[in-house]
Design a protein around this ligand. Structure first.
Ligand code: FCB
Length: 410
């Protein structure tokens, strides 16, 4: 049995739009226009093993409207009570920009107070808050002028981050500036499946470069106001593995450089740590992903938790602390989650023994939530939510195992 360091953060994550309910932003508007279409397109999931269970929800347009979500905005104390029972000592959550700045340059103090109260509730339970400044949703006024690719975006983002730092000074130490700049740029500006549904290499580049600039500006603004803060991004990182042959090895190196390092290489002097969101393994076979998919989640994503070890080892040369800011699986029946957490944490331990300075692990998610364009059917939560009455129930098998590892090690 190996123990994690005493100051290791064991946590769980959420994001505002996915859990709070009552969000009014570019996504909530997009949902209204696209729910019917998303429901009718859900047949594309009919080859999933989970299809018979998910079909009913996936083909219902109501599934694609975030609406009340899981009402975390009003029920956060109940959720934090459960988090405490699970045994976690940290919670990553995001601030809903549209609540704080409902019109350009106009700040809503009541909404800021709400988050301060939430942070207070974490402190009362000895749960360290990890604040995500931005997890993809935009106030309408900002999306209307062009969102992330508008020339003003980095400045507006930095001003928002500065406002949060002022407000949370003395209350929050850990900040995550931007969640998965690569995934956001890919889905919103390259393949165009998320709002604002732009398609093209030029808009993709514009988006990712704007987010690089935004991170750098926000980093400085937060550090200016809270000098001992710990600030970094949460990057989506893949475990790339070459199939046989030199071409595949070369392509793997290219994929690794481009996907895992493009953003990071450009901000590495302006970050205190690397945040890693790990979900995917890609076996590169002449440019295609040839996973064996022996085991997969309800979403059909291959379960390959051990891949995190390689991802972490590859970050060694940055010589920065690392936090696993997200990692998890859609597993409604809690069949694989305990095993998944165990293998992930064992792999993290191995990379730590290999010299990677991993400081924390945040499971995605604390609670079942609204999974963007897939809606409510994928169940990522350590806590299950009954969609009829929003009652919460711990997923006992996986939470039991998580708790055991937190207490005893792996
Ligand atoms: C990540 C997102 C998070 C959640 C998980 C499943 O890419 O950051 O909001 O949707 O995937």
């Amino acid at each position: 049995m190996k123990k994690f360091p005493a100051d290791f953060y064991f946590g769980a994550s959420t994001s505002s739009h996915q859990v709070e309910g009552g969000c009014f932003n570019d996504w909530s508007e997009w949902e209204k226009l696209n729910a019917e279409r998303l429901a009718s397109e859900s047949v594309k999931f009919s080859n999933l093993q989970s299809w018979s269970r998910i079909e009913f929800d996936a083909s219902d347009p109501a599934n694609y409207i975030s609406g009340v979500a899981v009402d975390h905005f009003n029920r956060y104390t109940e959720d934090l009570d459960i988090a405490e029972k699970i045994g976690i000592n940290s919670y990553r959550f995001s601030i809903e920009w549209a609540r704080i700045e409902p019109a350009r340059g106009v700040w809503d103090q009541d909404q800021l107070n709400h988050y301060s109260k939430m942070i207070g509730a974490m402190r009362e339970r000895n749960i360290e808050p990890f604040v995500t400044v931005w997890h993809w949703t935009l106030p309408l006024w900002l999306s209307e002028i062009g969102g992330v690719t508008h020339a003003d975006f980095p400045g507006l983002f930095a001003r928002f981050a500065a406002k949060l730092a002022e407000e949370f000074s003395g209350k929050v130490k850990y900040f995550i500036t931007i969640n998965e700049p690569e995934i956001y740029s890919l889905n919103s500006y390259l393949v165009g499946v998320w709002p604002p549904q732009k398609k093209g290499l030029i808009s993709y580049k514009r988006s990712i470069n704007s987010l690089i600039k935004s991170h750098i500006l926000a980093y400085d603004e937060i550090k200016k106001r809270i000098p001992d803060s710990v600030v970094g991004p949460a990057c989506n990182m893949l475990n790339f593995e070459p199939a046989k042959g030199i071409v595949n090895r070369f392509l793997t190196l290219f994929a690794e450089r481009y996907w895992n390092r493009y953003f990071l290489d450009r901000i590495k002097s302006k970050t205190d740590y690397i945040g890693v969101n790990y979900y995917f393994h890609n076996r590169i076979h002449y440019g295609f992903n040839k996973n064996e998919n022996k085991l997969s989640s309800d979403l059909g994503w291959e379960l390959f938790p051990q891949g995190i070890e390689q991802v972490l080892n590859n970050l060694k040369d940055y010589n920065l602390p690392v936090y696993i800011t997200e990692n998890g699986l859609a597993d409604e029946r809690d069949e694989h989650r305990a095993w998944f957490i165990e293998v992930t944490l064992r792999s993290i331990m191995k990379s730590m023994e290999n010299g990677v300075n991993v400081k924390g692990y945040f499971h995605w998610s604390l609670i079942d939530n609204f999974e963007w364009d897939k809606g409510f059917w994928p169940r990522f939560g350590l806590i299950a939510v009954d969609r009829k009455d929003l009652t919460r129930k711990i997923r006992v098998v996986s939470c039991g195992r998580y708790r055991e590892i937190i207490e005893k090690g792996i």
